[in-house]
Write a new protein. Structure first.
Length: 89
């Protein structure tokens, strides 16, 4: 039985960053946010995750962001949204 993750971390990374010079993806991100499942599905059909000004429809099979709003607006050109499991404390 598969369970739906309750939370993820979204990282907004500039697309032009090809060689990070050894820096991690986290170090290259211009913004990060932990988002939590809302229990709803977006127009894309994927579960909605929200938190810290970010709303994302996430394809759980591929961990791909299918729709994204940042502070109520679409993502700026030149930025890519990456998804990773949120750290648990």
């Amino acid at each position: 039985m598969s369970t739906v993750p309750k939370r993820f971390e979204i990282l907004l990374v500039p697309e032009h960053v090809e060689d990070r010079g050894g820096a991690s993806v986290v170090d290259s991100a211009v913004r990060t946010a932990v988002v939590e499942a809302t229990g709803r599905h977006g127009e894309t059909g994927y579960p909605i995750y929200e938190g810290h000004g970010i709303r994302a429809d996430i394809d759980l099979g591929t961990l791909t962001v299918e729709a994204l709003l940042v502070d109520g607006r679409e993502l700026d050109y030149g930025l890519t949204a990456l998804v990773r499991p949120a750290a648990t404390h």
